[in-house]
Design a protein. Sequence first.
Length: 198
Amino acid sequence: MHPTSLRTGSAGEHALQQLHGTRERAERFYRQQVRAALNGRMREFLARQEMMFVATSDASGACDSTFRAGPPGFVRCLDPGTLAWPEYRGNGVMASLGNISENGHVGLLFVDFVRDGIGLHVNGGAEIVSDGYLRAEYPDLPADPASGRRAEQWVLVRVDEAYVHCAKHIPRLAKAAPEEGSRRGSGDYFGTRTDPSS
């Protein structure tokens, strides 16, 4: 039996597959594409990625999605079943970390828009750990390449499933150098501070 048979979609997925006649196709996808750990090519792919989308929800199921970015490989594959990413000082809201503290399920999506035009989903159980704890567990964890920047905490993810996001409809983009004088930290880009309707 394939290890991914332990988790092959939700009851809702299966009901809709039956309704729309896609059960056989879905079973083939689960069997051929879904893995319970990161294989070698998945780990190589993650080592090149500079961004990801993170989905979380709180204990009541209210959802949030966010974006994380860093140097290539900022999301570290610690072993085939474990990955981690650093958390730095942000706006102080801590929406994602707050959700993880209530509900440890996360959905990560990595999309390579530039080189391969492909994506990778990683779903699993997450916990928040200190930098000191993670470095004690994984002594080879590299230091952050940005001068003077150090993560105070990390999100540690135990992988439940990993699978491809196919290339269909992924736009191909080209990397551009940052514009000189571009605004950083444009927290009121949408004008909400002075918008009377909000």
